[in-house]
Ligand binder design. Structure first.
Ligand code: AGP
Length: 590
């Protein structure tokens, strides 16, 4: 996934674009670049590396002109090199393009055009400016050439383009990769998400798949792919810019971890009638299937237990990238619940498209208003947790849990009691945050040279084992594995040796005795036990005290120490928790 930004207005474009790219950097940080248009020329500055490095190495800040496009890259086609960084230009350097997505037919286009134009990169994107150039050389205006060129592309794309010969416009095209327009007086913005231009305006227009946009200083026009103008009304986004800034925190991740008490309270603000309606549809469905990726899938696994224990309804969870292999058993009697913070995860969108094609009903639990998933769903519950910038999902995971519990309580017709329980837990979480922050940094530092961590649990806590392991490995680059505690003796026990850290999630719920028995098997082989429980056990080498809560709600209080352990492990290792290598905040490619 990459981050795009376009601007046309009366200020120096480069400084506007750089500010936006800094807010988009969580979407991609292996290279960056800007193109501006001024005085009949396109000016490009780009390089590999994080944005700060590129700004230092290139002369981006001084680029002239009040029109421009910018890009932060997460490499898909072509290595991390300066040549592969965006923007990409035609041979005459009079057209510049930035792109997010994958052009599936780029090889055939490239083989045709490389006979006429010189290609300088390995990317799929570079075919776009050359294709536009080819249509201009055939007698089209820049705008017509853009429409014709983008109609020829197959795959997924969010494209922005500017031209030296038609300098007073930014052109855009969208298919399966997000683009949203920001409207201000005398200027227009277009970016991969609202955050990119939020300090300037919160009046937005969402581009849908297949649509094109022409931004000028005085107008924004939306078209279908055949250049027929569409009437779309702007809306306002109720995010404030400060939610997207780091404030006094060292990292977005710790800021977002500490926002969670408020996030719980915000997530409780829902339309009760909608919750009850969705609950009735869930109870009536022939089958209920969750579809999600990564941390959102672990939330779904907890939702599965909550639906069963509270809502007395069986459901299943399918990894989004595997969903297509189950399509034969998805029909109009199926209710699919898609969970996605970004609402743009390609695997989830694919699964939902498949489900809808089979006649299934689709509910979604999403954070980003106006995201592709939100707009594809029959019903949407919003996390209301504000923008989540850290690549590692934290507050969005907590908000997902809350909404899943609310749906479960609605299925049980005990919504108001359930809301009260969750509101009380938000106070516990507030206290726990302070308590755990007193000792977890030292624990993380003590364990910082360990190479393998095993997270063990049973029942509803097993999903927390997986999520805890994912948090640790994705930002600390340490091998970590979450598994059902009962599975240990079926293989993994062979890996346990003296000092191997085992995180045992064993609150005194229905899984306690069996889990402790499994943990003793690891202890007997020398494992270093980090006990996560509301009671301390002699076999624990370290004790993470959980507040005592109703059994089915333990994942809420377990989340905090596992997130803090991961965050402080990354910091102890001298890593940047906000921008882990090779990862992106939302994976908009398959
Ligand atoms: C979680 O910390 C990771 N960032 C990743 O697993 C993420 O949860 C996954 O890519 C799904 O993203 P989504 O919720 O936006 O669909």
């Amino acid at each position: 996934m990459c981050g795009l930004i376009g601007y046309i207005g009366n200020e120096q474009a480069a400084s506007i674009l750089l500010g936006a790219m800094a807010r988009l950097e969580y979407r991609g940080y292996d290279s960056a670049g800007v193109a501006t248009v001024d005085n009949g020329n396109v000016h490009v500055a780009k390089d590999k590396g994080k944005l700060a490095d590129v700004i230092r190495e290139c002369d981006i800040k001084t680029l002239p002109g009040q029109v421009g496009i910018g890009h932060v890259r997460w490499a898909t086609h072509g290595g991390v090199t300066r040549e592969n960084a965006h923007p990409h230009c035609d041979e005459k350097a009079s057209i510049a393009v930035v792109h997010n997505g994958i052009i599936e037919n780029y090889t055939e286009i490239r083989s045709r055009l490389s006979r006429k134009y010189r290609f300088v990169s390995e990317t799929d994107t570079e075919v776009i400016p050359h294709l536009i150039r080819d249509f201009i050389d055939a007698g089209n205006t820049f705008e017509d050439a853009f429409f014709k060129a983008t109609r020829e592309l197959k795959g997924s794309y969010a494209i922005l383009a500017v031209s030296a010969t038609e300098p007073d416009k930014v052109l855009a095209a969208r298919k399966e990769s997000p683009l949203v327009i920001g409207l201000d007086h005398g200027s227009s913005f277009i970016g991969s998400d609202v955050l990119s231009f939020l300090p300037h305006t919160n009046r937005v227009l969402y581009l849908d798949d297949g649509e094109r946009a022409v931004l000028t200083r005085d107008s924004v026009k939306i078209y279908d792919e055949h250049h027929n103008e569409l009437g779309k009304k702007p809306t306002s986004v109720n995010w404030e810019w400060k939610q997207g800034s780091k404030g006094d925190y060292n990292h977005f991740m710790i800021k977002e971890i500490e926002e969670q008490p408020q996030v719980i309270r915000q997530a409780l603000i829902q339309d009760n009638r909608l919750l009850m309606k969705m609950a009735i549809d869930i109870l009536r469905a022939r089958q209920v299937v969750f579809v999600a990726c990564g941390t959102s899938r672990y939330a779904a696994l907890i939702g599965r237990y909550a639906f069963s224990k509270i809502g007395r309804t069986f459901s299943d969870v399918i990894i989004a990238s595997e969903f297509g292999y189950f399509s034969e058993s998805v029909d109009k009697g199926t209710l699919v619940i898609a969970i996605s913070q970004s609402g743009e995860t390609a695997d989830v969108l694919d699964g939902v498209r498949q489900a809808k094609a089979n006649g299934a009903t689709v509910f979604s639990i999403v954070n980003v208003v106006g995201s592709s998933l939100a707009r594809m769903s029959d019903q949407v519950l919003y996390l209301n947790c504000g923008p989540e910038i850290g690549v590692a999902a934290t507050k969005s995971f907590m908000a997902q849990l809350i909404l899943l519990y609310l749906l479960s309580f609605s299925m049980d017709n005990s919504l108001s009691e359930g809301k009260e329980k969750l509101r009380e837990i938000s106070a516990l979480v507030e206290a726990d945050l302070h308590y755990h922050s007193l000792y977890i940094p030292a624990m993380a530092a003590k364990l910082k040279d360990k190479k393998d961590f095993y997270y063990l649990a049973r029942g509803i806590n097993f999903a927390m084992a997986g999520e805890g392991a994912l948090k640790l490995k994705e930002i600390s680059y340490v091998h970590a594995e979450g598994m059902p505690a009962g599975e240990l003796k079926h293989g993994t026990l062979a890996l346990i040796e003296s000092g191997t850290p085992v995180v045992a999630i064993c609150p005194t719920d229905y899984t306690y005795a069996d889990t402790v028995a499994n943990v003793m098997e690891a202890k007997a082989r020398g494992a270093y036990i980090i006990g996560v429980s509301n009671v301390n056990e002699p076999i624990f080498n370290e004790y993470v005290r959980l507040s005592k809560v109703e059994e089915v709600l333990y994942p809420i209080v377990t989340t905090i120490p596992l997130q803090l352990l991961a965050y402080h492990s990354a910091v102890a290792r001298g890593l940047d928790p906000d921008k882990p290598r090779n990862l992106a905040k939302s994976v908009t490619v398959k």
